[in-house]
Design a protein. Sequence first.
Length: 166
Amino acid sequence: MYWEWFSRKGFRQIINRWFVLHLLIGTFVSLGISLSLEECAHTVLFPLASIFIGLSFAWAGSAQTLMQSNEIEQMISYHENGFEPYVYSVQTSILIVMITLIMWGLVGLGLPHNIQLWFGNTYIYWIGKIFLFMLSSLTIQECWSIVSMNQSLLIARKKIRDAKSK
């Protein structure tokens, strides 16, 4: 069910107006950092990726708890697309975080260096470098979207409870 939703609507969570910004960030960071990808992976991005995944899973758990509350279930029942977009958007965010972690893990293992040796083409290396930093930027956005959704659900639940008590 997830992949069906993703192919119809969910990909817009990634390919949207912000995608160009992530691509620009990836390009500028790639050009601005003189370290190799392997050095970047070991010094900064492995620890940062660990923080991303911990943050995402913690907030996703909180969002799931909130989505199971009566107030949020009532609120979501008024949405034409129902419950699935909420659940699947969190799942997509977690997927992006995991893909980023895997990609940087492969970088840490020396994959870009091997690709450069195999093909002898630095353009492939630069495209990969831009892609990885773009993916990292997208991951920051997705981590923030989980936090934002969680906070929005929390505020909505509070407003619904307050309205019921009046």
